[in-house]
Design a protein around this ligand. Structure first.
Ligand SMILES: C[S@@+](CC[C@H](N)C(=O)[O-])C[C@H]1O[C@@H](n2cnc3c(N)ncnc32)[C@H](O)[C@@H]1O
Length: 216
């Protein structure tokens, strides 16, 4: 995994610098500053992504890994660099385009990478119908804004129906849940929906708490 992360770093940082410039050139009108902090650190991966990738190495292998709301897709690309099959699902076209350029650049050294890694611009859960999810793990790190309880429930049921396992950060599962009480409430809701309690995978050291649930 460390070797894959090393391969990712140059091409991913080059693209992340372009995202930053786009937001400056557009003078705030089309600003995507989500990745800007990574420039100062010269590290394309957020600390939670790096930890997650190392944890995945310790899990039973899946047929494929699908990140939902993966942004520019650094987790799926890194998994592809380790020889795994992976899909980045994101409904923001510019993020998928930046991910595709990173993939293109890395493919110059590894022509088989595009056979293993797919960039899909679409919204979950509707997109699940058009993907091969058999034996695949779904992953969500940070999927952004708060959603209605109805949407969250239907999304979680769709993940259970389609995927063999789901790895997710309970702190950032559709909105930010920062306290122990909020995490517990979420876990109870998840147990109610899935009829099983997810297992703690790791804590990030910050508010992040990653869980895994096996559906098979
Ligand atoms: C805050 S960003 C995080 C990106 C990446 N996971 C990370 O942590 O670096 C959340 C991403 O989720 C995507 N997203 C939100 N809801 C989605 C949905 N229903 N289907 C697909 N993508 C979604 C957004 O377009 C955005 O790129």
């Amino acid at each position: 995994m460390s070797e894959a992360i090393e391969k990712l770093t140059g091409p991913a940082m080059a693209e992340i610098r372009l995202i930053h410039q786009t937001s400056v050139f557009n003078n705030g009108t089309v600003a995507d500053t989500f990745y800007t902090g990574r420039i100062g650190l010269n590290d394309p991966l957020a600390y939670y992504e790096r930890q997650l990738l190392h944890e995945i190495d310790g899990l039973a292998p899946a047929r494929a890994y699908h990140e939902i709301g993966g942004g520019i897709g650094l987790i799926p690309i890194t998994l592809g660099l380790t020889g795994r099959r992976a899909v980045n699902i994101d409904n923001t076209r510019s993020r998928i385009s930046h991910g595709a350029r990173i993939l293109e650049s890395l493919s110059l050294d590894d022509a088989t990478l595009p056979d293993r890694v797919q960039m899909v611009c679409a919204s979950a859960p509707d997109v699940f119908d058009s993907l091969d999810t058999r034996g695949a793990y779904a992953i969500s790190t940070n999927i952004g804004a708060v959603r209605s309880p109805e949407f969250v429930e239907s999304f979680l049921k769709a993940v259970q129906a389609r995927y063999s396992a789901f790895i997710f950060d309970v702190c950032l599962l559709f909105g930010i849940f920062r306290t122990a009480e909020e995490w517990d409430e979420r876990l109870e809701l998840l147990e109610f929906i899935w009829k099983q309690r997810p297992k703690l995978l790791f804590e990030t050291g910050g508010p992040g708490r990653y869980y895994v649930v096996n559906f098979e």
